[in-house]
Design a protein around this ligand. Sequence first.
Ligand code: LER
Ligand code: MN
Length: 271
Amino acid sequence: MIRSAVTIALVPQLKTGPWIYWYHLEESMRKAAALGFDAIELFTASGHAVQPDTLKILLERYNLKLAAVGTGAGKVINGLTLTDQHSDIRKHAVAFIKEMMEFGGRFGAPAIIGSMQGNSLPGTEHDHSMELLAEGMHTLDQHAGSLGVKLIYEPLNRYETNLINTLGDGAAFIGRYKFKHIQLLADLFHMNIEEADLKKSLAENMLHIGHVHFADSNRRPMGFGHTQMKDIANTLITSGYNGYVSAEAFPWPDPDQAALQTIRSFHQYFK
Ligand code: LER
Ligand code: MN
């Protein structure tokens, strides 16, 4: 069954990012539950920023699940990526992601690797950066296995990374290195920029897709742009997608209206 989720960002440094609710964990969860969301996706400063016991109580109180945890703060706050030229920074990046995986894993939720993959910077061979990425992902794939949780890798659009931009290249990367616990994130905003045909790409790579970010073409909540969501939703349904459709979109025109628009779109396309 496809379930709904909404993002909550608790990190002030991420201020201009595409997240619906901001700063107040319990208040955001109360609002998400009132609108009927199944789950939340959390962006925290680290794997220790929210007490697991507190989160457990709140998830039970509001009858919500934890869909996933984002790791973007590792780059934004700490400057960590898996492809940095300095091995000590790469080590810290792996350690940061492991902590996030352990935090999410307590609730059966995967961590997402998006901006922490980094970039192949000028002066660096692209193949070398891909090897560094594979090295970090290999360690994290094994950690996911030991925790019994998935790890989600997100192809981003070309303005955010030059490593992997499409689901097809993401699937090839997983196949090449035989990762066992890594799945792909289909972020409809990034896909709108990079994929020639969103439906075809989703259908072809469905076996690898573990999470979906739900945003319109302009990264506003679904319905506020020009994405042809009906066909995309039908592709997800008929191809057997069985995970979360999680609103990672700008809080436009404000968080409450963005959340309302998202849940209306979710019901329109998935119920
Ligand atoms: C993270 O999920 C993402 O999509 C990135 O664009 C955020 O920088
Ligand atoms: Mn995303």
